[in-house]
Design a protein around this ligand. Structure first.
Ligand code: ZN
Ligand code: ZN
Length: 94
């Protein structure tokens, strides 16, 4: 039996995230989300981010759920009437 190193379950698909997979830890809720589960981050962007991270750079990332909450908060603060299109979908229904 192979032992996979697991870091937690993806917040969006609820499958385990292994260290071999591309995934991000949310800075807000500390949950993990696969890169392909709605992060909108390309493979090249992911590599750049990881490279940056390895060299001691910091990277702040919010999962789509926390991000939409943050955007809503920012939107209420912004009273300029500028419309923001939020293309994120929340898969949580419960
Ligand atoms: Zn996932
Ligand atoms: Zn989050």
């Amino acid at each position: 039996m192979e032992i996979f190193q697991q870091v937690g379950a993806c917040r969006l698909c609820y499958k385990m995230v292994t260290l071999r997979q591309h995934a991000f830890e949310c800075d807000n809720c500390r949950r993990w989300v696969h890169r392909l589960c709605g992060t909108g981050i390309s493979y090249n962007q992911y590599r750049d981010i990881m490279d940056h991270h390895r060299h001691g750079g910091s990277f702040e990332w919010l999962c789509p759920t926390c991000d939409s909450v943050a955007r809503k908060a920012a939107f209420t603060i912004n009273e300029e009437g500028e419309q923001q299109v939020v293309g994120l979908q929340t898969l949580e229904s419960t």
